[in-house]
Write a protein that binds this ligand. Sequence first.
Ligand SMILES: [Zn+2]
Length: 159
Amino acid sequence: MSARAILTAYRGTNRITESTALASGRLFGLCDQVPAIMHPKRLAGLRKVLELKRDQLTQTLAKTADASRAIGEAVGGDEGEEAAAASNRDFLSAQGFSLREQLILVKDALIRLDTGEFGICEECGRAVNLKRLEAVPWTRYCRDCQQEVESEIGSSGER
Ligand SMILES: [Zn+2]
């Protein structure tokens, strides 16, 4: 099977078998355009990064939940105090929400590692640049599609 044939087969499907990925990895070597799935060692490194991030987020979320509960319990009868506590709760839950979103992204990336879909842009189905994957391993899109998604969302402040 030629390198071109494998690449064509790869681009034609979202799910590729492990043997195809390994064969492609051997053929393509360190080509920058090849997704991380084709480099088993790099893939293992990215998995570690993702697992660490998942654990950190889980811990931070647990702490945030604790702090939120503590504030809830401390609410007194005074109206001013109650307003302050409420705004603190809002702040924490807003923070918790974005952490939860990050956690979902990280968990999804770990699932994609297991299913062999990691490193493939969800929008265009093409390989995500390896440097981008190493910088943001939980990304769902290639750089071009991320920019398009962001311009669709507008300036909401999301990455
Ligand atoms: Zn894309």
